[in-house]
Design a protein around this ligand. Structure first.
Ligand code: GAL
Length: 414
């Protein structure tokens, strides 16, 4: 792992030195799967049409952990990229360190205050300054299913945990992997986001993961959430360890597996394989979380290049927030727009549902930040939760021990 990161960092510095030009934007991101790359091309093409060049700095790894390691090395070396994909509390951290440019001029002239949802502004504005440009809103409490597999096994879209586990049992008997999963900590916690919400409900999800209330972190409901994780563990194939998320999605696409619990970036993979929702695949909220949206929003942080926001940074920020881009990009990416005034017309059935769910959740107080994707806590607490969820998933301890470990790990990290 360490070797891999070092190689990545060395490559990052080399690539920059060779290709970056003053008038280009250099963009560091982790959108390397087929669906993600297709979406990124929408942004590249948009900028190209304005005469702005693109220096690509991809660092693979969902959730962005590796990308953040490369970023730290670049910033330490005094060579920050122009724009960097960022999530939640990481954005606030970089802003507090004084690394981000102030986008207030472009934000004011385009009135971002009026159109970007409040939940996102919390992570895009620090001390009254816009420091990043929101690209989308993803959510993690989705399940993706192969429709032909469901039909062949007489399975309807499950709406309760009991129906879900009955469907898993049927698939097991039929010799199909019930759940496609990639064994990486961020993926386990992505699953845990929805599972924990389904057991705790929104108030206690907030008490546990946002307020870090020890009685909920270590309580019976949390133990029940870990018990559900153990059920999920017993429904993945033997080769899950280390598998990338998009390869798990491919297992559902090609009918090797029935379901995947994953954020809506998975839809980008289905679309990239020419699959159609309702015909080839189904999207539904993790049972027990139909009213909740557990969100993570990708943003591009603009790194201060020595004073003022550059013309290229302003153009990039403005392109990202434009309503036409928000529609075109998010249709491909699987996410929904980061503005409240974009029509859902161009979106497929899952996208329309995503847009409606987000608006309803924001209105009814059911919109919560994803633990897995850094929208509930800063990195130290997030990583502490990763460690416990992954250790439990891999059978290092049982659910009763997991809640004790969770309380300990969070109290040390916070
Ligand atoms: C998330 C990110 C998504 C998607 C996913 C997998 O952290 O917000 O846009 O890219 O990782 O790479």
């Amino acid at each position: 792992m360490r070797k891999f990161l070092k190689a990545n960092i060395a490559m990052a510095i080399m690539v920059t030195a060779v290709t970056a030009q003053a008038e280009d934007v250099e963009v560091l991101h982790w959108w390397t799967s087929g669906g993600e790359a297709a979406a990124l091309n929408v942004l590249k093409d948009d900028l190209e049409s304005q005469g702005i060049g693109w220096t690509d700095m991809p660092v693979a790894g969902g959730g962005g952990e590796q990308a953040m390691t490369v970023l730290r090395a670049r910033v330490t070396a005094g060579n920050a990229p122009t724009a960097v994909q960022g999530l939640g509390f990481d954005i606030i951290d970089w802003a507090m360190q004084g690394s981000l440019a102030n986008l207030n001029d472009v934000a004011a002239s385009e009135d971002w205050d009026a159109v970007v949802p409040e939940a996102l502004q919390q992570f895009a504005k620090v001390d009254g300054k816009w420091v990043s440009a929101p690209v989308n809103v993803h959510s993690t409490n989705w399940v993706w299913a192969n429709k032909a597999v469901l039909d062949a096994n007489n399975i309807n879209v499950p709406s309760t945990w009991e129906e879900f586990t009955a469907a898993l049992d049927k698939l097991k008997v039929a010799g199909i992997t019930p759940i496609a999963h990639g064994g990486q900590p961020w993926q386990e916690v992505t699953v845990f986001d929805g599972v924990a919400m389904s057991v705790l409900g929104p108030d206690r999800y907030k008490a546990a993961f946002i307020d870090l209330d020890e009685s909920v972190l270590g309580g019976d409901d949390m133990k029940a959430a870990f018990d559900r994780m153990a059920v999920i563990r017993s429904n993945v194939d033997d080769n899950f360890s280390g598998r990338d998320w998009n390869l798990a999605t491919a297992m559902v696409i090609n009918g090797e597996a029935g379901f995947q619990m994953m954020g809506d970036w998975a839809k980008g993979e289905f679309l990239n394989a020419d699959k159609v929702p309702g015909k080839d695949f189904e999207c539904f909220r993790f049972p027990g979380t139909t009213e909740q949206v557990i969100f993570n929003a990708d943003q591009f942080m603009m790194f201060d290049q020595g004073g003022k926001v550059s013309a290229e940074q302003a153009a990039l920020a403005s392109a990202i927030l434009s309503p036409s881009f928000q529609s075109a990009f998010n249709v491909v990416k699987g996410s929904v727009p980061a503005r409240t005034d974009v029509s859902d017309e161009a979106f497929d059935a899952c996208g329309k549902k995503g847009i409606a769910d987000l608006a309803a959740a924001a209105k009814s107080g059911n919109l919560y930040g994803s633990v897995a994707h850094g929208h509930a806590n800063p990195a130290a607490v997030k990583n502490a939760i990763y460690d416990v969820v992954t250790a439990h998933f891999n059978g290092e301890y049982d659910s009763a021990t997991a809640v004790v470990e969770l309380v300990d790990a969070v109290s040390i990290a916070k």
